[in-house]
Ligand binder design. Structure first.
Ligand code: NAP
Ligand code: ZN
Ligand code: ZN
Length: 356
């Protein structure tokens, strides 16, 4: 329930009422658009593993009911009086952020994801307007300040564009920051939603790409997606092939795994960047880092300007996600398949199913 007195309207959504409860239909309130707001009818929403981590409280701090979803594309159905960049009927997208302080050094530097007073995530964050938690894209519509709304390249398939809003930017941002490009050998660990976007984007940036997967069934796909080579990570002999040879490794694994095995793939001054966020700590041996001056770092999504840059880059290079479309009502089975690494390579919810 809203604790504020501003006008709202009820919309249908899908969410979890508790960590051990399946997701089910519920109603939430969306604010009536303010002068700078865009109201978007949600057409498609990608299913990120973070949705599952949050719905099941694996990172702790989930507020219930929890309505996940931060890979949102849709159609603008109304705009506030001061909105400049969107009009009714436009396609528009929303990613992981719906607000930030807009004043701190990081916000001024287009790094809203690292806002020092705290950004507002699309779901499971305090809603500045309504006093409720924010509710994400598993819903009919969303109202967002235009400063946090993205433009979708017209040449890209709309449903397959949705996963770019998290999986795309989360891989693009560190690949860009660590200057991946021609002449660089790059490892991508875990061929899921993030990993497969990482392969496509790193390839488009001009790097040589090596995929590390636990799944023999994904080897051919990895090559089709653009990988120059594929290493089955459970095979010790294959793990020796690039030992000490990679400039950069992006780790997009959602569960416990041995990080030292991937640090050993790096050459001197190489960096392993963690974007995967398993529930428990990942032990790092000091001598995995020390002898070759290696860097072990993390990276979180990306700022709004860079998210637009990534969308435009994907438009230019014709890059979208490989998707499997599901109905909203299939979300609980989709989560079970996600846990088994059984998605090629992103579930996207056809939100028309929520109207049925
Ligand atoms: P996903 O689609 O489920 O992919 C995860 C992949 O990890 C799987 O496809 C599998 O790849 C591999 N994997 C799963 N279990 C494994 C295990 N026990 N050992 C080794 N490999 C395993 O998940 P996603 O949506 O891409 O998200 C990946 C992670 O990134 C999640 O933890 C998510 O919360 C996090 N994330 C972080 C950010 C950020 O800003 N840093 C943003 C979004 C998501 P193979 O079959 O190829 O081995
Ligand atoms: Zn995500
Ligand atoms: Zn800030």
């Amino acid at each position: 329930m809203s604790t504020s007195s501003i006008p709202t309207k009820p919309v249908k959504a899908f969410g979890a009422q508790a960590a051990d409860a399946p997701l089910d239909q519920l109603n939430i309130n969306r604010r009536a658009p303010h002068p700078h707001d865009v109201e978007i009818e949600i057409l498609y929403c990608g299913v990120c593993h973070s949705d599952l981590h949050t719905a099941r409280n694996e990172w702790h701090g989930t507020i219930y009911p929890c309505v996940p979803g931060h890979e949102i594309v849709g159609r603008v159905v109304s705009v506030g009086a001061h909105v400049k960049n969107f009009k009714v009927g436009d396609h528009a997208a929303v990613g992981c952020l719906v607000d930030s302080c807009r004043e701190c050094d990081y916000c001024k530097d287009d790094l809203e994801q690292y806002c020092s007073t705290g950004h507002t995530q699309t779901y499971n964050a305090p809603d500045k307007h309504l006093g409720t938690p924010t509710y994400g894209g598993y819903s009919e519509s969303i109202v967002v300040d235009e400063a946090f709304v993205l433009r979708v390249p017209e040449n890209l398939d709309l449903a397959a564009t949705a996963p770019l809003l998290c999986a795309g930017i989360t891989t693009y941002s560190p690949l860009k920051h660590w200057k991946v490009g021609p002449g660089k050998k790059v490892g991508i660990v875990g061929l899921g939603g993030l990993g497969h976007m990482g392969v496509k984007i790193a390839k488009a940036m001009g790097a040589e790409v090596i995929v590390f997967t636990t799944s023999p069934s994904k080897v051919e796909d990895a090559k089709r997606l653009g990988a120059d080579d594929v290493v089955l990570s459970k095979d010790e002999a294959q793990m020796q092939r690039y030992a000490g040879k990679l400039h950069f490794v992006l780790d997009a694994v959602s569960a416990q795994h041995d990080i030292n095995a991937y640090l050993s793939q790096l050459r001197v001054d190489g960096a392993l960047v963690l974007v995967g966020a398993p529930e428990n700590p990942l032990p790092v041996a000091p001598f995995s880092l020390i002898p070759m001056r290696k860097t072990f770092a993390g990276s979180m999504i990306g700022g709004i300007a860079q998210t637009q840059e990534m969308l435009d880059f994907c438009g230019e290079h014709d890059i979208v996600s490989d998707i499997e479309m599901i109905r909203m009502q299939d979300i609980n089975q989709a989560y079970e398949r996600l846990l088994k690494g059984d998605v090629k390579y992103r579930f996207v919810i056809d939100m028309a199913s929520l109207k049925q």
